[in-house]
Every structure is written in C-alpha cells, then in structure tokens.
Design a protein around this ligand. Structure first.
Ligand SMILES: NC(=O)c1ccc[n+]([C@@H]2O[C@H](COP(=O)([O-])OP(=O)(O)OC[C@H]3O[C@@H](n4cnc5c(N)ncnc54)[C@H](OP(=O)(O)O)[C@@H]3O)[C@@H](O)[C@H]2O)c1
Length: 283
C-alpha cells in the first residue's frame, strides 16, 4: 500500500467514470481503484470513502457533488438540472442562455452528462439554443441525446436531428408519429411514459437538462430523484422562468427536499435529493 498517493481532481473523475460501469455487490456497494493509487467505495446512497490515498480538497468537492448522481448501470435514476439567475430566469427574453453560470459549473454540467445514459431537453430549448448536448470539456462517454417534441416543432434539418456524428432521438405524441427512424411515439407523453420508453431502449440513467418547462413537468410528476439547481449572481430581467410549479396555500405544503450546497466559482449549486426519506427502489 502506498500511503503517499494523492487523488487529485483528474484521478477522482477517473474513479467516478469507472464506478459508472461497475455492477454493485449485493449490498449495492461499488468499488474502483487499487491499493497503489487509491481505491474508492461508493454506497447506494451516494456516500463515498477513499482508501490508500488522500484526496485533494478539489477532489473531495468533486466527489461530494457528483458521487450521489452516479447511479449504477441498469438502475432507473433521473437527475434534472437548471442554471438560473438571482431573479429566477434561465435565459434572456430573446432566448439567450449562454454562460449564465461560470466555468466551474460548465464543467459540472459536462460531468453530469457523462454520468448518464441519456440527456433530455424540451423542444423549446432545442429551438432556442440548438445545444450539442455532448461531453466536451471533460473526458467521458457521450450520452444518447433526446428531444421531447410532442407536436414535431423541430424541422428535419435541425442540427440535433440532422447531425450524423451524434444523432438524437425525438419523442413525439402518438398523433405526430411518422416513419422516420429517429422518432419514437410515446402515448400521452407523460414524464413517466417518456422514462418508460427510454428504459425500453436501455437508457435508464437520465439527465433532464432543461428548460424550465420540461424540468418542472418532471418534478411535478414525481419523476426526479435529484435536482441540480444552480444560482448565478446575475440579474437578467424578464425571460424564460426556471421552475414553474402549481400554487400552494401554505408553507406547510412547500417542498423542502434534503439539500447540500456547493460553491462553484461565483455560483452556488443546490443539490436537492428528492427521494431522501422515501423509498428509492423503483426497479
Ligand atoms: N439556464 C439553463 O440551464 C437552461 C437550460 C435549458 C434551456 N434554457 C433556456 O430555456 C428556454 C427554453 O425553455 P422552456 O422552459 O421555454 O422550454 P423547454 O422546457 O425547453 O421545452 C418545453 C417544450 O418541450 C416539450 N415538452 C417537454 N416535456 C414534455 C412532455 N413531458 N410532454 C410533452 N411535451 C414536452 C413541449 O413542447 P410542445 O409545446 O411542442 O408540446 C414544451 O412546450 C430557452 O430560452 C433556453 O435558452 C436554459
């Protein structure tokens, strides 16, 4: 055993990537690494311990932030994310959502993409931003790209659908079904039906990447395990809202999920565990 080993940011990310593909033991625990360069153990609840090495402060922060979202292969796990301003906006009125948050958060987003099987966005985001949804600023596997386009608002020439290098799946309502190979019909398009359809394609670990409308639908439907809500110290003014949930009468009805906060440069990540205290075994 080499007690002088240090696990830095890159080494911690490498360990997490190995854990992503590890089958858990009977207790749900996963392990990666070795006694020479350091080994990590991940509990089913997302807790982690390192043996035979010392993690740097940055590596500890990375593991605290991402280990809870690193679900085991085949497990149904849905994490959503949204970055918003102090006044609760996710873009300008013209739909510009570029760089609301800073570099550290950009890296977190790409790591989150690399942690899942599929990245899902709503048609509004696809039309406004035409995001690539690929993993670029860190090393990692590319997730399947998915767009929820109930009534086929995206033209066939849209880059998400037309790019042969990283094709996307388009999910539409039954009434909008056609015979194009990258389009799947989902009766009703309820979030749970969307997740069932993706699971049938082997895509069980899912990131709902926005916009606010789509994330709100999944949250309201009780389909989220976790929500990464990032608040950037910027004021945008009128524009697309972040979460938009139905009204409640009193604060006793407010959702108060278990929450951990992480500083990411000037931004703050609120990591909400929406299953804490509830059964997380959903097959
Ligand atoms: N800051 C950030 O983190 C961030 C992230 C993403 C996007 N954005 C910004 O957010 C804006 C777009 O967000 P948005 O909230 O307006 O729209 P959105 O969530 O991207 O898309 C909403 C649309 O997606 C379709 N959809 C989503 N879930 C569905 C479901 N379960 N069933 C059926 N249809 C579903 C619907 O299309 P139909 O109306 O056709 O049924 C819905 O109107 C853009 O300006 C973008 O720049 C910001």
């Amino acid at each position: 055993m080499n007690n002088d080993s240090v696990i830095d940011l890159n080494a911690a990310w490498r360990l997490l990537r190995v854990l992503k593909d590890q089958t858990p033991d009977e207790a749900g625990t996963r392990r990666a690494g070795d006694a020479d360069s350091g080994a990590i153990t991940l509990t089913p609840e997302g807790g982690w311990t390192i043996r035979a090495a010392s993690p740097t402060t940055e590596a500890v922060a990375l593991l605290d932030r991402l280990a809870p979202a690193m679900a085991a292969p085949g497990r149904r796990y849905v994490v959503a994310q949204i970055a918003q301003s102090l006044d609760g906006r996710t873009a300008t009125a013209r739909g510009c959502a570029d760089r609301i948050s800073g570099d550290a958060d950009h890296q977190r987003l790409h790591q989150l993409r690399a942690s899942v099987d599929a990245v899902v966005i709503g048609a509004g985001t696809a039309l406004a931003d035409s995001p690539q949804l690929t993993v670029r600023v860190v090393e990692g596997e590319q997730p399947q790209r998915v767009v929820l386009d109930r009534s086929r608002r995206l033209p066939p020439s849209h880059p998400l659908l037309a790019d042969p290098v990283a094709p996307a799946i388009r999910l539409v309502a039954t009434a909008a079904a056609g015979d194009d190979s990258n389009t799947l019909a989902v009766p009703g398009m309820a979030p749970s039906a969307v997740l069932d359809r993706l699971a049938a394609c082997g895509l069980t670990r899912v990131l709902i990447e926005g916009g606010g409308n789509t994330v709100s639908r999944f949250l309201c439907s009780g389909c989220l395990d976790r929500l990464h809500l990032v608040v950037a110290p910027v004021l945008i003014g009128r524009g697309p809202a972040g979460l938009d949930l139905p009204p409640i009468d009193g604060m006793d009805q407010a959702l108060r999920p278990s929450c951990r906060q992480h500083q990411l440069g000037d931004d703050v990540l609120f990591d909400l565990d929406l299953r804490a205290g509830k059964s997380s075994e959903r097959g």
